[in-house]
Design a protein around this ligand. Structure first.
Ligand code: GBH
Length: 576
């Protein structure tokens, strides 16, 4: 009976609608048939829980799952390690060598801090309304995308232990803490409904920094794209991302502009745009050719970043807002003109990709433009003006340097052949020096073949950045660090905590910055990567960058020797 009644009502409703059309419209309107599988789309509602279950599945949790108050930092844990440097002829008690060069100093307001990023440290991935990000899928569903098949489900449990984490770096004497916001906590589906619990969480992270006199520095996007945006329109490959990122930025800047001065919009677009094409079968398909995808991503990144910059400035014009880019010094392998051209290609395809538009002229550097203008729309004059000038400091993640050379087949044979393995960049790199016998410097862990300690090249690099991009607010090294070789194999705490390669990396890198400062380069801050060992993306937890060790079974933290080395250089050289 009920069914019949309902049927009748529906029928009556339909009839009343169709009555509103006149006869000719009714005839011209085709019946609802279509063909080609791409023409059929779904349109149904999924709750956040359904969405998790469908795309990610069960996640792990940790026993500490409410916010923990910090316990006092035992003073015994703040005793520095035995000194690494001794005078040539130690007399009696050994004392560390502090051969201070009196012509070097860090300016008083130089900020030195530590950095981390949401997916790598937070854990608590389903807590308090967080929506899934692409990294939940990559780690849970794509076999061996993280080579160890580990996930960020628990990570360093920072979501609950952040008070302790902030108290610990304050106890060391560190001045700044740089972290990223999880977009899919704040907007579980990437746009639309805001999750108040997430806002309150980050309120407290920021307030805790201020309470401990730590300068909070906030990145809006460190690669953990809300899954829904990837599924809806291909994430950074879709132009819709520009408006969605802008709306997210509005929420963030309106909430925290009064408490946070140092902002970074987007972390290392070269890297995450390079993740495209994402593994087939896990996300929405795209028809954009694989080699073009990184640059389509980059195009949207520039527009999204520029919007976010202007949003921030409209909220508070005194904020410091920048991109975070990455790269390294490019050393010409030989003095051939082919290698000189290769070096320029490398600058244009790495630093220049985002630095030229934001610092120079709102447009891509010439050698990159030769390639991307074959498929990307040119920026309009209006867009160029909108993009140019949208970085207050040159915030660079500068870990290492490379020798650069032309491809064996020559540059032209590469640029004219889209199936060349080095296409479209068409330059080659090596870390090997002098007949491929010596590395550029001590190697990091075998899990990071891209990383050697090459701190000798840092002064030249800083000069190059200042001379080329002329950042008004100076240069900050917003990530630097090294994976201590084979650290994962050390099983007893005593051998884990002394990390000599990392310690000398920070010591020498900071001295290289002091040299550059003394030569007139304006360096304003440094952020050590990382606050502690964390999920090293596709390498899992075995590759360690922390200046603190984390026991992942108990979630206890321990200072490594490098933490003291890092702070010590400032104790010696910071202007009082
Ligand atoms: C940073 O990227 C990231 O911002 C941070 O999240 C990460 O934990 C940290 O580095 C340490 O890796 O394997 O040859 O394909 C640094 C820049 C870009 C360097 C990707 C390594 C991979 C080179 N990284 N790159 S390769």
């Amino acid at each position: 009976m009920a069914v019949t009644l309902l049927t009748l009502l529906l029928f009556a409703g339909a009839r009343s609608v169709s009555c509103q059309y006149n006869a000719s419209t009714a005839i011209a309107t085709p019946s609802k048939t279509t063909s080609g599988s791409s023409a059929f789309v779904t349109n149904f509602e999924l709750s956040l829980d359904d969405y998790w279950d469908l795309f990610v599945g069960p996640v792990s949790t940790f026993s500490i799952n409410t916010t923990v108050e910090p316990t006092p930092i035992p003073s015994s844990s703040l005793i520095p390690p035995p000194p690494l440097y001794y005078p040539s002829f130690p007399i009696g008690q050994q004392v560390p060598l502090q051969a201070k060069n009196e012509s070097w100093s860090f300016p008083k307001d130089f900020w030195y801090g530590v950095a981390g990023a949401a997916y790598q440290i937070e854990g608590a991935v389903k807590a308090e309304g967080r929506g899934p990000s692409i990294w939940d899928v990559l780690s849970h569903r794509v076999p061996s995308y993280v080579i160890t098949n580990e996930t960020g489900d628990v990570a360093d449990n920072n979501y609950y232990q952040y008070k302790e984490d902030i108290a610990r770096i304050a106890a060391l004497g560190i001045k700044a803490y740089s972290f990223s916001l999880s977009w899919s906590r704040i907007l579980p589906f990437g746009s639309g409904q805001v999750n108040e619990e997430a806002l309150r969480h980050y309120d407290d992270v920021i307030d805790t920094c201020l309470q401990y006199n730590i300068i909070p520095q906030v990145t809006l996007y460190h690669w953990d794209l809300p899954l829904y945006l990837q599924n809806s329109y291909g994430g950074w490959l879709g132009s819709e991302i520009v408006d969605d990122f802008t709306a997210y930025a509005e929420i963030v800047f309106n909430r925290w502009a009064s408490k946070v001065h140092h902002w970074f919009t987007i972390n290392e677009p070269i890297v995450f745009c390079g993740f495209y094409p994402l593994p087939v079968g896990f996300f929405k398909n795209t028809t954009i050719p694989p080699k073009q995808q990184p640059y389509v991503c980059g195009h949207n990144v520039l527009l999204a970043h520029a919007n976010a910059y202007h949003v921030a400035k409209s909220v508070n014009s005194s904020l410091s807002v920048s991109f975070k880019t990455n790269g390294g010094y490019k050393i010409q392998r030989t003095n051939s003109s082919a290698d000189a051209q290769a070096v320029q290609r490398a600058w244009d395809f790495q630093e220049g990709w985002f630095a030229n538009p934001t610092f120079i002229n709102g447009d891509y550097p010439p050698l990159l433009k030769d390639y991307v203008s074959t498929f990307l729309p040119n920026f309009t004059e209006e867009q160029k003006a909108h993009i140019n000038g949208t970085a207050d400091i040159f915030a660079h993640d500068a870990y290492t340097s490379d020798f650069i050379m032309a491809p064996d087949s020559g540059i032209d044979a590469c640029t004219s052949n889209s199936s060349h393995s080095l296409y479209p960049q068409c330059y080659n790199t090596t870390k090997l020096y002098a007949n491929n016998y010596w590395a550029i410097g001590p190697a990091g862990d075998p899990g990071t073949p891209w990383l050697n300690k090459a701190t000798d090249w840092v002064p030249a690099f800083l000069h190059y950045m200042q001379d080329t991009w002329k950042p008004k607010g100076g240069i900050a090294i917003t990530e630097f660090g090294i994976s201590e070789p084979y650290e994962e194999l050390r099983k007893d705490l005593a051998s884990i905590l002394i990390d000599p390669i990392r310690s000398s990396y920070y010591h020498d890198y900071l001295q290289a910055i002091l040299i550059a400062l003394s030569e007139g380069v304006n360096v304003v801050g440094t952020l050590a990567w990382s606050i502690y060992d964390n999920l090293e993306w596709t390498s899992g937890y075995g590759v360690k960058f922390g200046i603190q060790y984390v026991n992942l079974t108990t979630q206890e933290r321990y200072f490594k020797a490098s933490a003291f080395e890092y702070v010590n250089v400032f104790n010696v050289y910071l202007e009082k």
